[in-house]
Write a protein that binds this ligand. Structure first.
Ligand SMILES: [Zn+2]
Length: 194
């Protein structure tokens, strides 16, 4: 993937974003591999069911396709993800509390999306002090998968939050498999899988 960085004036901030980008490559590959093992692998299937609900052939295929598209994008040398320090840009107006990253959407999926590639705006909350480095990693992976599922999978924000995403998977799998938050938390749990 061509990762680019815009506007990060502090070395520590740039390093944090670059660390998240590097982590992302491993996670998307792992997500794609593990999902290809559903419904045969017990651990993979349990993880899928937890975040996307009861298995249904069509929904499973959709989740596999979205994650595969994300992985392809992450590893393509022809695609660029540009991380932009949105704190430096007042005109963006996306720095309200709770907003960690924002993707400029120019359509859903790869088809028809050409030109400048993906721009991920990194806002203040991404840099919030965190005593546990593992938590920083987890948070960035969760945020990135959430945002990339919007961009490449056309997912929407049915709910926000871990408990809410779990509830959605349990009771509304048809919504869960198109909800960005479910992709984020799925990726986070994936980190714990061997
Ligand atoms: Zn979202």
């Amino acid at each position: 993937m061509g990762f680019k960085y815009e506007g990060f004036s502090l070395t520590a901030d740039a390093a944090k974003v670059k660390g998240a980008a590097a982590q992302l490559l491993g996670v998307t590959k792992k997500a794609k591999d593990k999902l290809s093992n559903v419904p045969n692998g017990a651990a993979e299937t349990a993880l899928y069911t937890r975040w996307f609900g009861a298995i249904d052939g069509t929904r499973l295929k959709t989740v596999q396709r979205i994650v595969s598209d994300i992985d392809d994008a992450a590893h393509s040398t022809r695609r660029t993800i540009t991380f932009v320090d949105a704190r430096q840009t007042t005109s963006i107006g996306r720095n309200e509390p709770g907003t960690r990253a924002y993707v400029h959407c120019g359509g859903t999926g790869w088809t028809g999306h050409v030109g400048s590639g993906i721009r991920v705006l990194i806002t203040q909350r991404f840099f919030a002090p965190d005593t546990n480095p593992d938590k920083v990693t987890e948070r960035t992976v969760c945020v990135m998968l959430h945002e990339l599922s919007h961009k490449l999978g056309g997912t929407i924000d049915h709910v926000y939050g871990r408990d809410e995403a779990l509830e959605l998977a349990r009771n509304h799998p048809a919504k869960a498999h198109k909800c960005a938050e479910n992709y984020g938390f799925f990726a986070l749990d994936l980190l714990k899988l061997p």
